[in-house]
Design a protein around this ligand. Structure first.
Ligand code: ZN
Ligand code: ZN
Length: 270
């Protein structure tokens, strides 16, 4: 395997995972990874079911720092966070992120205009196209008012939860939106991630789709992290062989890792 860092991982510090961080680390060591970055959730005002996505940052840092020390010399443990962006949360998120020395911050769209696309009602009463457009539009709204993140998470994530999956989705069908988003992210000096989780939902493509990754490179995008979005340790680095091929065929020679919010570029052939 030539991608040796998983930069999108959840544990019991996320409302939707019960995994022990140590299991994730051990799985990563077994796989021969050189680093893992935990990115547990912080989604303010999540009131769509009874899960809670508020991160207990104090316990999180205490636990992760201990593990970082314990496994020093075996694997590098980095402490990140995945924040759910909505325009009205900009100030709260900014304060939250600045309160602790995260190595890496993913900014994601989980909630679209106060609706959660995870639930079927987001798609009800309209075409898939309309549902996808609203999602992309909301990313542009987020980018207008918020920039305290390093990469934008799983850019076309909404497709995962659509009843028809990606049947009505392609880069070319939403080119105008995706190009505008990618250009804006590059102009902001930020990056994107390529997220392999869709494979486990039975989808053909990662988030975002390979055509969007290629377009990002064409537009001058360089910062790209790789994440499994695993909520259970068995999915750590899952699909990374396929991701490596996509990155190479999109014109990337490097993938990106972060420490202290600073990017480093690692050869895909290493
Ligand atoms: Zn996410
Ligand atoms: Zn995630």
């Amino acid at each position: 395997m030539s991608i040796l860092s998983d930069f999108h991982l959840h544990t019991r510090f996320s409302g939707d995972s019960t995994e022990e961080p140590e299991n994730v680390i051990n799985r990563a060591i077994d796989l021969g990874l050189s680093s893992v970055c935990f990115t547990d959730h912080q989604d303010f005002d999540y009131d769509f079911d009874d899960l809670c996505f508020d991160l207990d940052a104090e316990s999180y840092f205490a636990c992760m720092r201990e593990l970082k020390e314990k496994y020093r010399g075996q694997i590098k443990v980095l402490i990140g966070v995945e924040t759910g962006i909505e325009p009205y949360l900009a100030q709260r998120l900014n304060t939250f992120v600045n309160e602790n020395p995260y190595d890496f911050v993913i900014g994601s769209s989980h909630i679209v205009h106060r609706q959660d696309p995870y639930f079927p009602r987001y798609f009800q009463g309209r075409t898939d196209k309309e549902a996808f457009e609203e999602y992309f539009q909301s990313i542009l709204e987020n980018l207008k008012v918020y920039d305290n993140f390093d990469v934008y998470g799983h850019l076309d994530y909404v497709v995962r939860y659509c009843k028809n999956k990606d049947k009505n989705y392609s880069y070319s069908a939403f080119k105008d939106y995706i190009d505008e988003i990618l250009k804006k992210i590059i102009a902001m000096g930020k990056g994107i991630e390529i997220n392999s989780a869709p494979y486990k939902y039975g989808l053909e493509n990662p988030n975002p789709v390979p055509e969007a990754v290629k377009r990002y490179r064409e537009l001058g995008g360089e910062i790209i992290t790789v994440g499994s979005d695993a909520h259970q340790c068995r999915y750590v680095a899952s699909g990374f062989d396929r991701i490596c091929e996509i990155l190479k065929s999109s014109g990337f020679k490097y993938y990106t890792v972060f420490e202290n919010r600073k990017p480093t570029f690692v050869s895909l052939d290493k």
